[in-house]
Design a protein around this ligand. Structure first.
Ligand SMILES: CC(C)(COP(=O)(O)OP(=O)(O)OC[C@H]1O[C@@H](n2cnc3c(N)ncnc32)[C@H](O)[C@@H]1OP(=O)(O)O)[C@@H](O)C(=O)NCCC(=O)NCCS
Length: 178
């Protein structure tokens, strides 16, 4: 069967969790231990995220879910949430294709947050058109659009797409008028 990108349905919660909790093992030894727990995402947290409007899309190959990525509209932006590709399917382009699909659905500026220590993820987003925002801006955005602890704000970064950079340019560009 051909690989395809499909919207995940509620009945796939166990499969989504299996992907996330397998892929999140990549954080061990990089992300500070006090930020990690086992499992990385519980069923209750996943259900809370879905109830808060996160829509998961999946990459299915040979009938098996191999990667997931969520999209969530919050206020005036779209967030990319919980991007995970199973460890055995990584670096084969799945993540890039899932991200491109979600970007095609987004009509607002797009932001993504990840652990500062996840340099591979930062690289992944940078290759896909995202840029890191400055530290002060990152703190402001995490408080405004995410529900995260002070510790997670401290240990995270935010990357923004070209649309966000364009839309936020007027307030950050030097004044050239009177
Ligand atoms: C980040 C992630 C979703 C990307 O999915 P993917 O299918 O591996 O991505 P693609 O194959 O489209 O792109 C690969 C690129 O991502 C980056 N990358 C992904 N994994 C990497 C790794 N282990 N080491 C270094 N770079 C990596 C590189 O830029 C890589 O390009 P390269 O292989 O040419 O060097 C996936 O690697 C993953 O699940 N990682 C663990 C969990 C995680 O960090 N999630 C991010 C949460 S915000």
């Amino acid at each position: 069967m051909m690989a395809k990108i499909v919207p995940c349905v509620d009945s796939q919660a166990a499969d989504i969790l299996a992907i996330i909790n397998d892929a999140a093992r990549a954080y061990r030894g990089h992300v500070p231990d006090d930020c990690l727990h086992e499992p990385y995402m519980s069923r209750a947290t996943l259900e809370k995220e879905i109830a808060a409007g996160v829509r998961f899309w999946g990459w299915v190959g040979h009938g098996e879910l191999l990667g997931v990525m969520g999209i969530q509209n919050v206020q005036d932006v779209t967030l990319i949430r919980h991007a995970y590709v199973s460890s055995r399917s990584r670096r084969q382009g799945l993540g890039g294709k899932l991200l491109a699909h979600l970007m095609s659905l987004a009509s607002r500026p797009v932001l993504v947050g990840t652990w500062r220590a996840a340099i591979w993820a930062i690289d992944f987003y940078a290759r896909n058109g995202f840029s890191l925002v400055g530290d002060a801006e990152k703190d402001r955005l995490l408080k405004k659009y995410w529900t995260v602890s002070a510790r997670q704000i401290e240990t995270s970064v935010v990357l923004a797409d070209a649309r966000w950079r364009g839309s936020s340019a007027p307030s950050s560009s030097p004044c050239c008028g009177d």
